[in-house]
Design a protein around this ligand. Structure first.
Ligand code: PRP
Ligand code: URA
Length: 208
């Protein structure tokens, strides 16, 4: 399944500023939060609605509200939290799963160090968030873990994806659509995305 690129001008403009190496940590975090609002808006476009009876100051009426169980945002730590926080501002009632994974710098395998997810995952839409889809090892492992926990309706949202990552992820999880703000050119010899934005976690938190 090909990835959907969210090419909204505001997303693309903000992303350019995030890529710039001179963008300081506080601006990087703010831009990520702002983009997360716009990505969340696009990704939740097809959520199901039902109606509820309400009273305005003038009359009773049927009005739309979200249907079904609360959705889940699943954040791949650390950098996923940058997307998570902004998305929670738009959907404050969402449940949250955390998947602690880091990419071993030598093997590039995803190493799990934490997992916590809400109950009844099988009845909820899960929106998995991580700014970077490089080799896709982390995203593939996270989605596998969530499937084991019962999740059966997922989408994966990132800022930047490498074409290799999109291909590997789609092969491993053809049932999980990818939404991204950009499909970049490829990976360098250390499997960093090019042109990319560097190490998302380090840039968010000022580590390194
Ligand atoms: C980054 C990023 C993804 C992963 C992508 O996390 O946030 O989780 O790398 O690379 P992959 O597609 O090749 O797996 P990192 O491992 O640097 O951890 P961090 O978020 O804690 O900095
Ligand atoms: N993880 C990052 O943070 N950046 C990349 O370019 C690749 C993986």
């Amino acid at each position: 399944m090909p990835a959907t690129v969210i090419d909204h001008p505001l997303v693309q403009h903000k992303l350019t500023h995030m890529r710039m190496k001179e963008t300081p940590t506080q601006d990087f975090r703010r831009l990520l939060r702002e983009i997360s609002h716009l990505l969340c808006y696009e990704v939740t476009r097809n959520l199901e609605l039902t109606t509820t009876r309400i009273e305005t100051p003038l009359m009773e009426t049927e009005s739309p509200v979200l249907a079904g169980k609360k959705l889940v945002f699943a954040s791949i730590l650390r950098a996923g939290n940058g997307l998570l926080e902004g998305m929670l501002e738009l959907v404050p009632s969402a449940r949250v799963a955390h998947i602690g994974l880091y990419r071993d710098p030598k093997t590039l395998e995803a190493v799990e160090y934490y997992f916590k997810a809400p109950a009844q995952m099988d009845e909820r839409l899960t929106i998995v968030v991580d700014p970077m889809l490089a080799t896709a090892n982390s995203a593939i492992a996270a989605v596998e873990r969530l499937k084991k926990r019962g999740a059966n309706r997922m989408v994966f949202v990132c800022l930047l994806a490498a074409p290799e990552g999109v291909e590997r992820f789609s092969k491993a999880h053809p049932d999980v659509p990818i939404f991204t703000a950009s499909i970049d050119d490829g990976l360098n010899e250390k499997s960093y995305i090019l042109p990319g934005l560097g190490d998302a976690g380090d840039r968010m938190y000022g580590t390194k």
